[in-house]
Design a protein around this ligand. Sequence first.
Ligand code: NAD
Ligand code: IPM
Ligand code: MN
Length: 360
Amino acid sequence: MKNYKIAVLAGDGIGPEVMVQALKVLAVVSDQFGFSIQHTEALIGGAAIDATGAALPEATLTLCKNSDAILFGSVGGPKWTSLPPAQQPERASLLPLRKTFDLFCNLRPGQIYPAFAELSPLHPKISSQGMDILCVRELTGGIYFGEKGRTEDAAFDTQKYSVSEIERISRVAFEAATKRRNKVTSIDKANVLATSVLWREVVERVAKDYPQVQLEHMYIDNAAMQLIRAPQHFDVLLCDNLFGDILSDEIAAIAGSLGLLPSASLNGSNFGLYEPAGGTAPDIAGKGIANPIAQILSAALMLRYSFGEEAAARAIEQAVASTLEQGIVTRDINSASNYGTADVGAAVIAALNAIDTKRA
Ligand code: NAD
Ligand code: IPM
Ligand code: MN
C-alpha cells in the first residue's frame, strides 16, 4: 500500500480548528482509496514563537524536508503584531517556507457552481452564470521578497522580476489553460510599473508556444472591477505575487467566502505546500464556527498534485459540493446558519461515505 508522509503545520487562530476536520477527511479517503497517510504535526508561526521563540523552528523545517508534502493551516494574529516586523509569524515562517522550497507557483481555484449560485454575494443575474477561475499566482518573487528599508520618517519596498521568474509561472498558466478553456488573462499595471512592462513582454513570448490559447492582458484595477461585473469572463488568471494575493481574496468572496478557497504551492516537483487562501481569522477563532472547507479542499489538492491520487481528490471535491448543496454551511456563508466547523466536517465525511457506497 502506498504511504505518504506529510508535515502538518496547523499554526494559529482557526488553523488548528479547521485542520482537525481536514485530517479526519484524509483518514476516511485514504481508507476508501487504499493508501495511507502518515502525518506528523509540528509547531509553526505564533504558536511556535510562544513555545520555542522561533516562528520556524529547526525541527519543523527538518520535518518538512523529510516529508512528501506540507499541509499548512495559517499563521499570524494580533498577539504577535507588536514584534519587530521581520520576526512576525507571516514573514518569519510562511514566506521562508515558500522560499526554501522554491514554491514559485501558487494555484487558487475558485468556482461558483450554477446549482448553488445563491452562495455568492453577487446579484443572481451574474452569479447564476457561474464562475470557474484558476488563479495562477507567482509566489517567490516580486515586492514580497525585494529589498526593503525603513528610516525614521520613510520606508520602501522594491519589486523586481527576472525574465526566468516570469517565464516559469507563465508556462504553468498556459499549460493549465490547455486543460481548461484555453484562455489566459494576464494581470499587470504596465501603464505604470517597469516590472509589469517586462511581465507583458515575457508573457507574450511564452504565449507563442501555445497558439491554441487566447491571451489577454488586463490592468489590475480593471480586473478587480471586471471580476465582480462578469466573473464568467475569466478562465486562467496569471498574476504576480501581490496582485494574485489581492485578486484571490476577491475570487473567494465571489464564490461565497474566503473560507472556501484552497491553494497549492508548487515547485515543479511532486512536493508542495497546501493551505487555505485565507488567514487565521482572529475575529472568529476559538468559537468553533470557522469554515473548514478551504482546508479540506487544500488536502484534496495535495492528493492530486503531490500524490497523484486523483480519484480520492475528486471524491473530496464531490463531497464538499454535496455538503454545500445540502445547505450545511458555516456562518461566513449564511449568517443565519447554526452549523459549526465540526458539523461541516462531519457532513463532508457523510457525503464521502455515501459516494463510497455508490462506488462499491
Ligand atoms: P483572514 O483571512 O484571517 O480573515 C478575513 C475575514 O475572513 C475575517 O472576517 C475572517 O473571519 C474571515 N475568514 C477567513 N477564513 C475564514 C474561514 N475559514 N471561515 C470563516 N471565516 C473566515 O484575514 P485577516 O483578518 O486580514 O488576517 C488575520 C491574520 O491572518 C493576519 O495575521 C494575517 O497576516 C494572517 N494571514 C495568514 C495567512 C496564512 O497563513 N496563509 C493568510 C492570510 C492572512
Ligand atoms: C496568503 C496570505 C499571505 C500572503 C500572508 C499571510 C503573508 O495573505 O497566502 O494569501 O500575502 O501571501
Ligand atoms: Mn492573502
